[in-house]
Design a protein around this ligand. Structure first.
Ligand code: PLI
Length: 461
């Protein structure tokens, strides 16, 4: 007789509506891949079986959110859904002022233009594509001050998103505090593999920056997932609720940019949240130019309502445990087959280490791009490159950045896929891994000027 080793958890919801998926053959996918220039961003979604490209805007909304959509107040000015969203942001994130934006990068544009002057430096815990680009477009230079462990895929560290305080202090001393408008602190650092920052570290960054009068702008996009890791990994937080932890994290920062398309369980929406009235006033003026009036910022009333309701659901422990539990399920299975992944397992995604996976493919032949293409070809599962293509080029020299991390992100939309979908994904990756030595790299045949990973095209070598 076998004995039970553990009790499983399951999702705290059941399925009410389904969206059929198209099943395709390998020959079909081969054609689709060539048409898409070996770039998974250029595939048609209908040609994808299990879409693990991103967790951004791909979430399934609840009946509570859909009911809220019917209560959209589509007034040009002063929509009641704006006031509901404002109240929810104040209650759960703790910031005083809210400027809605169509999505996260709308907020990044506003804060970068307001706070950054030409020649400034913006330190942060690893870059994110759109965040860094807005900082650069505003005349700044992003400086990575994340701990070294974040660049080492095999090193186990509970908080690989932490900022190296020495690196930060050295930078401040080198360039001067007046050249650093703010530190860009992200929760569960996306490009590091969905790795969290500890509460202790955020607090220490606050203490250090306060000495110099430097602000902290928080990328709160996946801060709720970060709060889960603090609760489960950091001393003193086991008995705190997710919303308490979230609010404490935000309390050490001066404002936040937010893509609601992740943590907040919606398909569209974002915001800029601030404590300083003067900066808020400027953002509220500027949002009118780029997004829309300050009480809708590019969103329909119904979108703001869904986001306000999404905040309430996102901070529920059972939700966040199941969300991260699904990602852990996939990661643990891949580790059983010795597939190289970033460890510890991240919050929103599994990151395959493409340099190790394809040790025969040099970085300039795009191992991660190749791997994402191969997985699609094998099973119709769509993933995303997060390596040299995403890193882009140095704006001064024009050379490729060669990031230490050459990853493929297998990203899980919230509340969308079942465990059987997860199993199909695992089997496809394991089979590609077993066949890894027969696979060659790619060459880039078209490169767009900005954020090239979205539209670049490749051919097989
Ligand atoms: O896609 P936006 O404009 O709503 O948000 C931009 C953005 C900002 N910060 C972080 C950490 C992100 O992950 C982010 C968007 N991420 C995408 C699209 C992703 O696929 O991860």
């Amino acid at each position: 007789m076998t004995t039970l080793k553990r009790r499983s958890w399951a999702e705290p919801f059941k399925i009410k509506m389904v969206e059929p998926l198209k099943m395709t053959t390998k020959e079909y996918r081969q054609k689709a891949l060539i048409q898409a220039g070996y770039n998974t961003f250029l595939l048609k979604s209908e040609d994808v079986y299990i879409d693990l490209l991103t967790d951004s805007g791909t979430n399934a909304m609840s009946e509570y959110q859909w009911a809220g959509m019917m209560l959209g107040d589509e007034a040009y000015a002063g929509s009641k859904n704006f006031y509901h969203l404002e109240e929810a942001v104040q209650k759960y994130y703790g910031y005083k002022y809210l400027v809605p934006t169509h999505q996260g990068r709308g907020a990044e544009n506003l804060i970068s233009q307001i706070l950054i002057k030409k020649g400034d430096f913006i330190p942060g815990n690893m870059y994110f594509t759109t965040t860094r680009l807005h900082q650069e477009l505003a005349g700044g230079t992003f400086i990575d001050v994340i701990i070294d462990e974040a660049h080492q895929t095999e090193v186990e560290h509970p908080f690989k998103g932490n900022i190296d305080l020495q690196k930060l202090d050295d930078l401040i001393k080198k360039v001067g505090a007046n050249k650093i408008p703010y530190v860009s602190v992200a929760g569960t650092v996306n490009m590091a593999g969905g790795q969290p920052i500890s509460m202790k570290n955020i607090k220490q960054v606050r203490e250090l920056t306060s000495k110099y009068g430097i602000k902290i702008i928080f990328d709160a996009t996946r801060a709720i997932e970060n709060a889960y890791f603090i609760k489960t990994r950091e001393d003193g937080y086991q008995n705190k609720a997710i919303d308490e932890i979230l609010k404490e994290m935000c309390s050490y920062t001066d404002g936040a940019t937010m893509s609601g398309k992740k943590d907040l369980l919606v398909n569209m929406g974002g915001f800029l949240a601030l404590n300083d009235y003067a900066i808020f006033e400027e953002a509220r003026n500027m949002v009118v130019i780029y997004e829309g009036l300050h009480t809708y910022g590019g969103l329909a009333g119904r979108d703001m309502e869904a986001m306000a309701r999404g905040i309430e659901e996102a901070v529920q422990f059972d939700h966040i445990r199941a969300r991260i539990g699904q990602v852990e399920y996939v990661g643990e299975k891949l580790l059983e087959f010795d597939v190289p992944i970033v460890r510890p397992i991240g919050g929103h995604a599994i990151f395959l280490d493409a340099k190790q996976f394809f040790s025969q493919i040099p970085q300039i032949e795009f191992p991660a791009q190749t791997l994402a293409a191969e997985i699609y070809l094998d099973s119709g599962v769509r993933t995303m490159e997060r390596g040299i293509v995403s890193a882009g080029r140095n704006k001064d020299t024009g050379d490729h950045y060669y990031p230490k991390l050459e990853l493929v992100r297998i990203t899980f939309p919230r509340r969308v896929y079942t465990q059987a979908h997860c199993d199909v994904t695992i089997e496809s990756i394991v089979e590609t891994f077993e066949n890894r030595n027969n696979i060659k790299g790619l060459k880039m045949i078209y490169e767009p000027k900005y954020l090239r990973f979205f539209q670049a095209r490749f051919e097989r070598l």
